[in-house]
Design a protein around this ligand. Structure first.
Ligand code: C5P
Length: 304
């Protein structure tokens, strides 16, 4: 009888996408310190990669952007690996190498993408066999945006952003992203939101925007782009308000991404090149990145 050799997975590369929020409606702070949200996430084809290989313990390194970030247990990558060990009881270790392309502290869920890619990579490397649903549950414990980084495409997020409902995406479209060299702290922006909006109550609804996405109406989507964190982010960083005002008539619409400071301009894919160079010339102090959405959630890019 022929012997069947077991193929051991030695190295897994997983990718996870950046996100923008087409709408981010925020309510009054809850008892647990989080804010109730009604948001529409979109994943973009700007990916961080996590390469996982076997090791005795857990360790990590970072290449690309964010090489000054800590590579200790405070990093969401190691927290994701540690939580997966605890959730499954495995004692296996791994080395995790992150290649960062998503701007750091940019409001584009770069840290959440790294956590999502780590979960997907280790699920395969350690042969854990967790379902997509189980990974979403583990992801929600790590951060409000991690479940969406796993899911990708376009989805409505409620509760603190971790409860997701997929929206049927229309045609692909372009985004010109203006990333800022100085990041913004998400907790600081939410705290400023509390100072400015004492009676915010429940978040406003994103229903109309969800319908525009399903109806594939890019002009309407552009008109409905909205972010309740713009006021607090602009209070902390008046330079961002000036950029958004200057971009009012550009593309289909402009919005601050998440808690900022990245500013996102919605456009047709055919406009990406000309709009990208126009904005790079107009804002030499910012980095201009072109992206297309919607894109896939965290997935295996390569394994052997
Ligand atoms: O969930 P995550 O760890 O990404 O959140 C980071 C911080 O952002 C929280 O500690 C909280 O200050 C703020 N936040 C919030 N309400 C949310 C999501 C995040 O206040 N729905």
């Amino acid at each position: 009888m022929e012997s069947v050799e077991e193929v051991v997975v030695e190295r897994v590369i997983a990718s996870a996408p950046a996100k923008v929020n087409l709408a981010l409606r925020v309510g009054s702070v809850r008892d647990d310190g989080f804010h109730p949200l009604d948001t529409v996430f979109e994943a973009l084809d700007l990916f961080d990669d996590v390469t996982a290989t076997h090791a005795d313990d857990l360790s990590m390194d970072i290449a690309g952007l964010g090489t000054d970030l800590p590579c200790d247990e405070s990093n969401l990558v190691l927290r994701a690996a540690r939580l997966l060990q605890q959730a499954t009881g495995t004692t296996r270790g791994a080395h995790l190498s992150v290649t960062k392309r998503i701007p750091v502290a940019g409001g584009m869920a770069g840290g959440s993408a790294d956590a999502a890619a780590t979960l997907v990579a280790l699920n395969t490397l350690w042969e854990l066999g967790l379902s997509g649903e189980q990974l979403l549950e583990v992801g929600a414990e790590l951060g409000s945006d991690v479940p969406f980084s796993l899911l990708g495409s376009i989805a409505r997020g409620t509760s603190r952003g971790e409860k997701l409902e997929s929206i049927k995406p229309g045609a692909m479209h372009g985004w010109v992203l203006l990333t800022n060299p100085v990041g913004l702290s998400t907790p600081a922006v939410f705290r400023k939101f509390d100072d400015l909006s004492l009676e915010a109550g429940q978040p406003a609804s994103t229903e109309e925007l969800c319908q525009a996405v399903q109806g594939n109406d890019l002009c309407k989507i552009g008109q409905l782009l909205i972010n309740d964190l713009e006021a607090p982010a602009f209070a902390l960083r008046p330079d961002l308000a000036e950029i958004v005002v200057a971009l009012q008539t550009v593309g289909h619409g402009v919005v601050l991404s998440g808690s900022g400071p990245t500013i996102a301009v919605l456009c047709e894919i055919s406009q990406l090149e000309s709009l990208g160079s126009e904005l790079a010339n107009a804002f030499p102090e910012l980095s201009v990145v072109s992206a297309v959405g919607p894109a896939a959630g965290a997935h295996i890019k390569q394994q052997n």
